[in-house]
Design a protein around this ligand. Structure first.
Ligand code: GDP
Ligand code: MG
Length: 306
């Protein structure tokens, strides 16, 4: 579901955005996602060209809550949302729903792009968990808006990022790149001055190319619409409406989780069906073997019981 002018949800979301003309509604909205320690906050600071988000090496998660930062780039407002550890396997409590709710509120009416941050050369099981959690938190459709952002680009040496991605033997990374339509870019978050400016310019080119492909659509779902409405109605202090909003957050995440599991099962079944259709002879042979084995086992069981 996307906030496209033509789309049902999009029309609503875009309409709300235009009516209010608030800063965040008219901005290019980016959300930083990925496992803890991969460099999300550092990437946010590189985009904002200022140390807005706390970023440091630590055994514990450093970023404690969702935060936003804004910058003007080439006359355009950019809103960057940094996220705490909501993409980890163990992040499954009430605090997590609050953080997810905040992330939706800060990026409502919906993000144009999600930057999936991962450290170059370290695409691990934790990154894969984070990837799955991203789909649970936002819905599987969000993948069309994802750009992979590799940090620690300076570790590449003489190899280019394209060569690295083309030659990697990390099968899971290959799948990820494929799933993201080959959209990726690398940052050296320690860069300053001209190098920092140039990498931001190149990242913006990747983002703008995706925007063109999606005809300017931002990503939306039921919860982004509710978040936008909640943002407009909300008074200063969190009250009963906020509690009810958090209940909606929890329900939406549960729904998306179930849809994801359903999708996976039907994908497996489709693959099995496709394989059977393209190997009819072999499939018939395997089925016959299974039937004969079952018959032999039943027969053996019956003779033993007598
Ligand atoms: N050398 C280098 N260090 C980086 C880069 N990106 C992030 N870091 C470091 O990685 C550590 C974790 O980064 P942080 O932004 O806090 O990760 P987060 O938990 O995903 O927000 C910090 O010490 C950063 O300085 C990079 O591109 N190059
Ligand atoms: Mg952080």
């Amino acid at each position: 579901m996307e906030g496209l002018l033509k789309g049902t949800y999009g029309t609503m979301a875009e309409g709300i955005a235009k009516d209010n003309e608030s800063e965040s509604s008219s901005s290019l909205r980016l959300i930083l996602v990925g496992r803890s320690g991969c460099g999300k906050s550092a990437t946010g600071n590189s985009i904002l060209c200022q140390p807005k988000f706390e970023s440091r090496m630590s055994a514990q998660a450093v970023t404690r809550k969702c935060q936003k930062g804004t910058v003007t780039w080439n006359g355009r407002n950019i809103l960057v949302v940094d996220t705490p550890s909501i993409f980890e396997a163990k992040a499954q409590n009430q605090e997590m729903y609050k953080d997810i709710g905040d992330c939706y509120l800060l990026s409502a009416p919906g993000p144009h792009v999600l930057l999936l941050v991962t450290q170059l050369g370290r695409y691990t099981d934790q990154d894969m968990v984070a990837m799955r959690r991203v789909k649970e938190v936002f819905g599987a459709g969000v993948m069309r808006h994802v750009v992979i952002l590799f940090t620690h680009k300076e570790d590449l040496g003489h190899e280019s990022l394209n060569e690295y991605v083309a030659n990697t033997d990390n099968f899971n990374l290959r799948i990820l790149v494929h799933e993201c339509g080959g959209r990726y870019y690398g940052f050296n978050n320690r860069a300053t001055g001209e190098e920092q400016r140039k990498q931001l310019e190149e990242l913006m080119a990747v983002i703008e190319s995706l925007e063109r492909e999606l005809q300017g659509a931002f990503y939306s779902n039921d919860l982004f619409i509710q978040a936008q409405v909640h943002k407009e109605n909300r008074g200063g202090t969190p009250g009963i409406e906020h509690w009810s909003y958090l209940t909606q957050v929890q329900a939406q995440i549960e729904k998306q989780k179930q849809e994801l599991e359903g999708n996976m099962l039907s994908r497996v079944l489709r693959r099995v069906k496709k394989w059977v259709c393209s190997h009819v002879g072999l499939s018939a042979f395997i089925a016959t073997c299974i039937l004969i084995s079952a018959a032999v086992l039943i027969n053996w069981g019956m003779t033993r019981s007598h």
